[in-house]
Structure formats: C-alpha cells, structure tokens
Design a protein around this ligand. Structure first.
Ligand SMILES: [Zn+2]
Length: 308
C-alpha cells in the first residue's frame, strides 16, 4: 500500500506517493498561490494529489491515508490548522476538507515536526527514539520526536525551539518578541550579523560582495577574511547556545541540523559540539547527544507527512 504525503509550504505544495519502505515513488510540486482564499489553496492540494496519483499510475484505493505537513500550529486531534502566518490561515479544518474529497483518513501536523519524524523513520536518525531536528532558514524550524512519536505539546503549540529566549531584550524576532534564538541563529540572522560586521569593518571582503548571503559569508571566510571568520565563529556560538538549551531540557539522543547553513557540514558542527558541551548542565562526554546534519533535505517533508 501507499501513503500520500503533502508538504504544504507558503510558496509551493509538494506531494508524493510513499511506499511501505518510505520511498517516494512519484512526486510533483505546484505553486501554493497563498494569497487566494482557503478553498482555492485546498482545491490546489486536492488537484496536486490527483495529479500525483495519475503520475504514479495509482488511485485513491491503493492508498491508506493522506498526511499533510503544514507551516504553522496544527491541532492534530481535530485536523485543524489553527494558525499559519505564511498562509494567513486561522482555524482551517484542512483534514475534513480533504477527507470529503478523497474519502481517506487525513492526518495533519506541523511541517518541521514531519521532517523530524521522517529522519527517525527513514533518515539518519533511524533506530533512535528521542531526536530533535532544527532547521536553519528564514527562521528556525524545529521538531521533537519522543519515544518515536512527534511531540508538539498541548493544542500543537509547542516544539517552537526557535523562540526560546537567548538574550532578554535582545535582537528583534519575527514573532514580535526580542531576544529569541531565531533572531540569532537563523540563516537570516547570520546575514544580518555579517552586514553589521561589514559596516563596522570597511576593510572586510564582505564589503566587496554584490550580495551578502549565508553562503557568501562562508566563502569570504575561506578566502581568509577575518571579519567573516569572526562572524561565523560568533554565529556558531549562538547556534550552540540554543543546542545546549535543548540538551539541558530534553537530552535527546540525537540533534539534527538542517536548512541552508547546514550545507557547511562539519565546519559548523565542530564548533557547535564544542560550545554546546561547554554550556550543558551535564558535561560528560557520554551524555552529549550525536549532533549531525539532517539527511533528507526537501523529501523529509513529504515522507514525514506520509508516515503521520
Ligand atoms: Zn521569537
């Protein structure tokens, strides 16, 4: 049998057919057109599901369920997207709307939670039960898996690691509060830190770049730019502080880092492991979780949704 996994994003809807070995056998991606009414977006999801079934040569009767990873707070019991800022949705009964069309059970959950579940079921965290995934992008996304299941808290409003406080009254966060980890360790934050450093250091190579991006800061450091190196070092400290907070509260077996910055691999992992351990309550080496790069990339959203 197959499962249908939907990775609903603010920009694109990716849909895949997933087999019992957690492999995607067919997939498509279509624009979300998030500005249209809710009914339009949900119809778009439905059309994409039909297209992917056709592409895979299957029908709904070959599938046992539909799972949707949505960008926001989800009430998984009721199948409702309670709040999504990127879609401008409030209390959308997404599961019921799709069930009506496909007559299959529909499960929904937050997209970052789905990605974490995918890593545990089919990715680098396979075989581990307690895992946290942190995705560094425009903001910080995070998913917690405890005893093999997603933990998202009462009404689905937990597991927002990005909004742990790092610095009281500190940098402005997109959530409206000041000092969240998100405002220090997202990819966006890295770029902001690099721009500030470039401004105060006119001699830095960063000032010769046509555009400062997460990637270009690392490239400038590769070319020996001391300002870029200092920015990256500080950024890794910020990243590690949040990681140590996660360890102090949850002590998972594994913490996975995903998103754009994670392409730097060991270059960020090595300092993060060191700084994180320094800030942990239990500093014993054997108490440190494995800190690794997430393995599944964009497929995690589809596979994680499918296994809901
Ligand atoms: Zn915040």
């Amino acid at each position: 049998m197959y499962r249908i996994g939907v990775d609903l994003g603010g920009t694109n809807i990716a849909v895949g057919l997933v087999n019992d070995s957690y492999e995607i056998v067919a997939q498509i991606s279509v624009p979300t057109n998030a500005l249209q009414a809710v009914e339009g977006v949900v119809a778009g999801i439905g059309n994409a599901i039909e297209s992917v079934l056709e592409k895979g040569g299957l029908t709904g009767s070959d599938c046992i369920a539909i799972g949707v990873g949505a960008p926001g707070i989800c009430d998984t019991e009721l199948g409702i997207v309670s709040r999504s800022y990127s879609l401008s949705w409030n209390n959308v009964p997404l599961a019921a709307m799709l069930e009506e069309r496909f007559h299959l059970p529909v499960h929904i959950n937050n997209d970052a939670n789905c990605a974490a579940l995918a890593e545990v079921k089919a990715g680098i965290a396979k075989g581990y039960k307690n895992v946290v995934l942190v995705t560094l992008g425009t903001g910080i996304g995070s998913g917690i898996v405890i005893n093999g299941s997603i933990y998202s808290g009462y009404l689905g409003s937990g597991a927002e690691m990005g909004h742990m406080l790092l610095d009281y009254g500190g940098e402005q966060c997109s959530c409206g509060r000041k000092g969240c980890w998100d405002a220090y360790a997202s990819s966006t934050a890295l770029v902001v830190q690099a721009k500030k450093a470039a401004f105060s250091r006119p001699e830095s190579k960063l000032n010769t770049l046509s555009q400062i991006t997460g990637q270009s800061v690392f490239e400038a450091a590769d070319q020996g730019d001391v300002t870029a190196m200092a920015v990256i070092n500080k950024y890794c400290e910020y990243l590690a502080l949040g990681v140590s907070n996660i360890i102090n509260v949850l002590a998972p077996e594994m913490i996975l880092i995903g998103g754009g910055v994670s392409h730097q691999g060991e270059r960020i992992l090595e300092p993060v492991r060191k700084y994180a351990r320094e800030n942990c309550f239990d500093k014993r080496e054997e108490a440190m979780p494995f800190i690794k790069i997430a393995s599944m990339g964009t497929e995690a959203g589809i596979i994680g949704a499918a296994v809901l």
